[in-house]
Design a protein around this ligand. Structure first.
Ligand code: 5GP
Ligand code: 5GP
Length: 250
């Protein structure tokens, strides 16, 4: 166990049971109370122009009012120190990050009332299936927030503060990467601009629009456990980008 602890940095925690199956086999009594420690978080934001021109069901504007041409928050996602996927552990969700850590702590909107207008502006939903932003926040809190070690107010505050501190739309504009119908950008120029502004390399996720063009869809930044300071990403995150991408106007 000492070797395994050094390797995976386990700690004692009774709410979750997310363990290496080898440990389960060898140390069943211990395994049930051990899990890996959350070490960093992913601050993820989405570009509304890409969300809206990719979905089969398009997108729906909150209150039927077109939001600002600005990234919006998707989530703040706790992650384990490192993860190795293998034959025994193929599922990223059970190996790389915890989720749904506390079913007895659902979102209580009265605890984040003072953040509501900020959340509506910066963490709105563009989904047509569920047009209720509270349901989006509630899902993010239950799935990710409950594993963050923060309380509800601190969790949402951290996500809002991080987005405000590193204004991606402005960072990209300052680097000459402006939303455009026709322009195509080097992925490396986007990554370089964010790295220069935050001190930490982002991961960029792309998708394809209706014309089968590759577009910048989400930007992931790795953040320390306090939810504040950018950190070096311990592993590469989802990409699916080619070296040239569109950044569509919205
Ligand atoms: P996708 O399969 O679209 O990449 O991710 C689906 C969902 O899985 C995300 O919306 C998010 O909730 C979760 N997810 C994806 N990547 C990560 C990650 O690196 N860390 C955590 N904690 N969750 C992730
Ligand atoms: P995750 O993949 O992080 O677990 O959460 C995505 C869920 O939130 C999906 O059920 C999705 O329909 C819902 N959702 C609601 N609004 C949005 C939005 O604006 N963007 C994304 N990516 N998901 C949204």
């Amino acid at each position: 166990l000492a070797g395994a602890a050094a390797d995976f940095d386990f700690f004692f925690h009774v709410q979750q049971v997310t363990v290496d199956p080898i440990i389960v086999t060898l140390y069943p009594p211990v395994a049930c109370i051990i899990t890996q420690r959350v070490r960093w978080l992913v601050a993820s934001v989405q570009w509304p122009g890409s969300y809206c021109d990719t979905r089969a069901d398009r997108c729906c504007y909150p209150g039927n009012q077109k939001p600002a041409a600005d990234f919006t928050i998707h989530g703040l996602w706790p992650n384990y120190a490192d993860c190795r996927r293998g034959l025994l552990t193929p599922d990223a969700a059970t190996r790389c990050w915890p989720d749904y850590c506390n079913a007895t702590d659902p979102l209580n909107t009265s605890l984040i009332k003072d953040l509501e207008s900020d959340l509506l502006r910066n963490w709105g939903t563009l989904s047509c299936r569920n047009r209720n932003a509270t349901a989006f926040w509630s899902h993010q809190w239950r799935r990710h927030g409950t594993c963050s070690g923060m309380d509800q107010h601190a969790y949402f505050r951290a996500a809002l503060d991080f987005k405000a501190r590193f204004n991606l739309t402005r960072i990209l504009a300052d680097a000459g990467v402006a939303p455009s119908r026709n322009e195509t950008y080097l992925l490396s120029s986007i990554e370089d601009a964010v790295t220069k502004a935050t001190g930490s390399a982002p991961s960029v996720e792309c998708n394809r629009n209706g014309r089968d063009e590759m577009e910048l869809y989400q930007v992931f930044q790795c953040v320390g456990r306090d939810g504040r300071s950018p950190v070096h990403c311990p592993r590469r995150l989802e990409s699916r980008c080619t070296d040239k991408v569109k950044f569509p106007a919205f």
